[in-house]
Design a protein. Structure first.
Length: 467
């Protein structure tokens, strides 16, 4: 079983006096249900999964009043082998977006207090509901104050390192070195960069990671990724009404080519040859892909100034995949090989840019970009209430003209460059980090109380032993 951060979150929730129901949101196939079911099995005497996506008839369990005794009686009738034990029972309400009443019931489960309830949702079907779905809109029934959302993503780089055999202490030491801007040295830096390239191509979908951990076979990994991508296409065909289906499929399939262009800003004209493709034509489809956590939008800024969200332009954006491994498998295999072999003759920028975006996002930040007629910055992030500009260089080009320009013309003082190098700060004040440091973006803020446990030699030994 893959080690995931969410397990620690659920353990803290179980032992906490605050009993809000966790609502775990994330794309399909990222391991939400598997992790929760394993957690319930290990921590509760009695447990049950109610999967609303597999059996829509289960919605009837929450019809009528939401009295917990009535609901539990109906659940026991429907699942005769289930024996709830007050204080020792957990219930997973899986794909809860298909039953609005079940989400409302979270409030009453919390108030009742006898049973622990966890909910998961991929958001599929929320934006474009089925015409025969009698459930009222989910937003009208949110149990405010009785649920706590947890955004779950594919495995991040730290989780990948854990599952490649690296100890927690070694990962913590990597984070601390990035925080303190301590150089890694060539040996460690090269090893971590190699692992980051593998992670970029494998991605973070659990089945793909497990396949790589078990076999180290990239062809087998690619086959798993293709299956997941095809599953997403099937989801679109299954859950989206016919009017929007073709548009969403066209949007989805256009993402690799959009990101492969020199100007990676999303262009409707690249989707299909229609007379006047516009935001209004595709806005529902874009929102659907983003709500389903299949893709993520990165908005352009009118100016790189706080508050960033107020300066975001809704109709000027880039569209990334939420997993770089899935993006890689949607592109020509030569791109993945070029990433792994560091072949500078092949343009690897799309995959690396997508990977960095996902890393920054999984660290809890909302990345934007800044592009006008004179300047383009890959990412703009609010770090500790400071506008921070980030540039990504996956090749040997070390120039940072855009980072100098944004300082001179827009007053952005904190600037970072993620590239094939070790950590240093240049004479212009630009912070240079190895590419893998973007996965530890949380270490780029303020002071930390983490301790450096290992010196360079010890960390190097742990890297060798762990992977």
């Amino acid at each position: 079983m893959l080690k995931r951060k969410i397990t620690s979150y659920l353990e803290k929730w179980k032992d906490s006096p605050y009993k809000e129901c966790p609502l775990i949101r994330g794309a399909r196939q990222i391991g939400k249900s598997y992790i929760v079911e394993k957690f319930m099995q290990d921590n509760f005497e009695s447990y049950l999964t109610i999967d609303f996506s597999r059996d829509r008839g289960l919605r009837s369990l929450f019809d009528g009043d939401l009295d917990i005794d009535r609901i539990m009686d109906d659940i026991c009738i429907h699942f005769p082998g289930f024996k709830p034990i007050p204080g020792k029972t957990a219930i997973l309400l899986d794909e809860i977006q298909y039953c609005s009443a079940a989400r409302t019931s979270l409030k009453f489960f919390v108030l009742d207090g006898r049973y622990r309830v966890i909910a998961t949702g991929s958001s599929l079907g929320m934006i474009l509901r089925e015409e025969n779905d009698p459930s009222p809109p989910e937003d009208d029934l949110e149990p405010v104050g009785y649920e706590k959302e947890y955004a779950m993503y594919p495995l991040d780089f730290e989780e990948f390192l854990w599952n490649m055999g690296m100890e927690d202490a070694a990962v913590d030491s990597i984070r601390r070195r990035i925080h303190d801007r301590v150089r890694f040295g060539d040996g460690i830096c090269d090893r971590l960069t190699r692992l980051f390239k593998i992670y970029t191509v494998v991605g973070g979908m659990p089945e793909a990671v497990q396949t790589y951990v078990d076999t180290s076979d990239m062809d087998a990994v690619r086959n798993v990724q293709k299956k997941i991508v095809e599953g997403y296409r099937n989801d679109i065909a299954r859950y989206v009404d016919e009017k929007e289906r073709d548009r969403i499929l066209s949007l989805f399939d256009s993402i690799p080519s959009q990101l492969s262009e020199e100007n990676t800003k999303f262009m409707y004209s690249r989707i299909e040859s229609v007379s006047i493709p516009t935001y209004d034509t595709y806005s529902k489809g874009i929102n659907w892909l983003c709500e389903a956590r299949i893709a993520a939008m990165c908005k352009n800024l009118s100016q790189p100034a706080l508050p960033l969200e107020r300066n975001a332009m809704n109709k000027s954006f880039k569209l990334y995949m939420n997993d770089s491994g899935l993006l890689a498998c949607m592109m020509d295999p030569s791109i993945s090989k070029a990433v792994l072999k560091d072949d500078h003759r092949v343009n690897r920028g799309a995959i690396m840019e997508n990977r960095v975006f996902s890393c920054i996002q999984s660290c809890g930040y909302t990345p934007y970009f800044f592009s006008n007629n004179h300047l383009e910055i890959d990412f703009i992030v609010n770090i500790s209430n400071n506008v921070s500009a980030m540039e990504i260089k996956s090749g040997n080009n070390k120039r940072a003209r855009s980072l100098h320009s944004i300082k001179e013309n827009h007053g952005v003082k904190r600037r970072m460059k993620f590239e094939l190098s070790d950590i240093f700060v240049d004479e212009d004040g630009v912070e240079h980090y190895p590419l893998f440091a973007c996965a530890f973006a949380g270490a780029l803020k303020g002071n930390s109380d983490m301790d450096v446990t290992f010196d360079a030699g010890e960390l190097n030994d742990m890297l060798k032993n762990g992977s």
